[in-house]
Write a protein that binds this ligand. Sequence first.
Ligand code: AVJ
Length: 323
Amino acid sequence: MLSQALETQAAQEFASDVRRDLSKTPQRELHSKYLYDAVGTALFEVITLLPEYGLTRADDRLIKANAAEIVGRLPAPPIVAELGSGSGRKTRWILEALARRAYVLYYPIDVSASALHACRNELGTIDSVHIVEIEGAYIDGLAEVTKRRSGEPLLVLFLGSTIGNFERGPAEQFLRQIRALLVPGDALLLGTDLVKPLSQILPAYDDPIGVTAAFNLNLLARINRELGGDFDPRRFRHQARYNQLEQRVEIHLRSQVSQTVRIPAVDFEFTMRAGETIWTESSHKFVLDEIPELARKTGFLSVGQWVDTAWPFAENLWLVESP
Ligand code: AVJ
């Protein structure tokens, strides 16, 4: 459980990040991790059900179809840690495949207590799987897991192309931080969304019934709820752009009019021009061949890639080699 002090610290961090990022020039920003409060998490779950958003179904299909082969490539039965437990749905296939061989200890790591609850509801009844929730940030949580283990290898799951939220440099840095906590015999299963035609990618991030728009606009409503802001979400429009050079989707909130916004909790007031945007998220896409290269650069060896062709997506199994 999060202590009162930590909750206050999280609230303060949210407040100061919002103030800093909304002040950036020429492009105002808000960090994508703040999209996932209780409302945002629920809206993201709806996004995963949309016919236009094939990413989660591709991830699930790939793991379901290949779980036995994936765990068969591991040197020995591991304990499992998952970064961002999400709903836990696709993790089931991995845990069931492992539990056929041995008793499994599973550590879901998430900053959100509600995500951890959902995860226990989804996975708590699998025979021979013991769940130990870790409430915290990814790297802190993973450090906690590695501190607790005694000799058995560790399989780290980072699914759903969450890695796509990082800029390329920070993504490498993050993967190196994971690698630094691992030892030879450990493994990482990384889900990556692949480059695909614009006709497939744009509707996934700008769906016709506006769920993604609501997911994005909720961040303004969250600032109103938690920091007493006076954003009028009706005077903003959701926008999804594809940046060819950076190989990523960029999600923005576009001010429809010239307007002044006040956020009293951080003693902050600013004016947006009509047409000016706040950049709220990036979703990087990968080409298949750059992923083994990314493994090498960050201290891993790519030992397998499984690809969905209906919705181009890849599961990548990386090992930490013995020296
Ligand atoms: C959860 C980061 C994988 O980038 O596709 C979906 C988030 N944002 N629709 C993605 C998201 C808008 C999603 N990830």
